[in-house]
Design a protein around this ligand. Structure first.
Ligand code: GLC
Length: 408
């Protein structure tokens, strides 16, 4: 379908939008419920929200950053405390672990050799969180920016290979069981047991630095489009916040490397690059492959990628976006990481739309997410065709629906 065709279909979907009054009522309800979800998950001793009491009873790095963004949108000072809790897990090397255990003495070899925290990381959403807190008018002590710079520095020091950042375990993207890892797993059929075995095996194959942070993996090394896009966005934003051109240059270099190595002309989005192990699955068109629209200098590629969010044959769905295109043989709208919509991705896609000036698209993503979050009762993820909630519930990151950027 042509770009114009997509735009027309998209305009048709906007015609069914609710009235301003209905929307206002819905947003009030959404904010009240979001507050209750966050407040109910708040751990006073740790100073953070656990994502879900039963399934995820610890601090998760990117989840806490999304909580902070939601807290900031709700005008609650716990926004900064949650980011403080994130940085309290930081190692002196700058490394930010993807999990900080509720019990600081806990050792869990299934997530590396460290006590109290995991040895892996997650996408650097913390700069976005600091910016949201700043925009909400809350004062931020300087050391938060220093911590953020140290964390990004650590990534650039440890993980840069051929101009792109690499990950050493799928967990590090936050897209844990995405079909993009299928070539490593050796099967397109998702089975929880198989994936658990795979995850644990990769932990045994990880190489750790002296301080216990993961730095390499004998069987798995990939440069994912999404992780690099989020990191480039973080570096660019940090550069703006600190008035530091070196960070902006790092961001531009990453964006240029993505365009040079990861653009997939057939799918009109960015693929992942397998560097050790893996294979064709890195090209499976998942919606996170649109995220480099956050940082690319190539506006026509960004347009072609983002247009797929308005195309019903691709990612556009009533409660979407879908994680895979509707017609893809691996699309399973109800299965973990095989089709459902995920709040953190919706949020970053909306940021990408704003950055490229597509305010109607970002508003549409916000609308769909808000409706879906209410319908799915703050589920971890949901069926994009029906809005049926899936996974843990309530899951705190669904509260990000109160903080979407850029209404036109
Ligand atoms: C799942 C998700 C990951 C998230 C974690 C806690 O593992 O794949 O992205 O951080 O749950 O919510």
């Amino acid at each position: 379908m042509t770009g114009a065709g997509r735009a027309i279909r998209y305009a048709a979907t906007m015609a069914t939008a609710p009235s301003a009054e209905q929307r206002q009522r819905r947003d009030t309800t959404l904010r009240e419920r979001a507050f209750r979800v966050l407040d109910g998950a708040w751990r006073t001793t740790g100073g953070y929200c656990w994502p879900n009491r039963r399934t995820y009873p610890h601090l998760w790095l990117w989840d806490s950053c999304f909580h902070a963004i939601a807290w900031a949108a709700l005008g609650d000072e716990r926004a900064l405390r949650e980011i403080d809790a994130v940085f309290r897990a930081q190692l002196p090397s700058g490394f930010l672990p993807h999990i900080r255990y509720a019990d600081s003495n806990r050792a869990d070899r299934r997530r590396g050799p460290l006590r109290g925290v995991s040895s892996f990381t997650q996408p650097p959403v913390f700069v976005r969180a600091l910016d949201a807190i700043r925009q909400a008018g809350m004062p931020i002590p300087d050391h938060f920016f220093e911590r953020a710079a140290q964390a990004l520095d650590c990534l650039w020091r440890d993980r840069l290979r051929d101009g792109l950042l690499v990950i050493i375990h799928p967990w590090e993207t936050g897209l844990d069981d995405s079909p993009r890892w299928d070539s490593w797993v050796g099967s397109h059929r998702w089975r929880r047991r198989r994936w658990t075995r795979f995850d644990r095996f990769l932990v045994t194959q990880t190489r750790y630095a002296e301080d216990g942070r993961g730095i390499d993996n004998a069987c798995f090394l990939a440069a994912p489009a999404s992780f690099n896009a989020i990191a480039a966005d973080a570096a660019a934003l940090l550069g703006t916040l600190l008035g530091d051109t070196a960070w902006r240059q790092r961001a531009e270099a990453l964006a240029a490397a993505l365009d040079e190595h990861a653009w997939d002309d057939d799918e009109q989005l960015w693929r992942d690059i397998p560097l050790r192990g893996g294979g064709d699955s890195s090209r499976i068109p998942t919606v996170d492959g649109l995220l480099p629209a956050l940082c690319t200098r190539d506006r026509s590629r960004a347009a072609a990628a983002l247009a797929q969010l308005s195309d019903p044959e691709r990612f556009h769905a009533p409660f979407g976006p879908r994680y895979l295109p509707r017609t893809h043989p691996l699309y399973r709208p109800g299965q973990y990481w095989r089709g459902p919509a995920w709040p953190p991705l919706n949020y970053y896609l909306a940021l990408a739309a704003v950055r490229n000036g597509y305010l109607h698209l970002s508003a549409d993503l916000a609308e769909r997410t808000r409706n879906a979050v209410l319908r799915a009762r703050f589920a971890e993820y949901w069926n994009p065709e029906t809005g049926r909630g899936l996974g843990a519930r309530p899951q705190t990151w669904a509260t990000i629906a109160v903080a979407f950027p850029g209404d036109p």
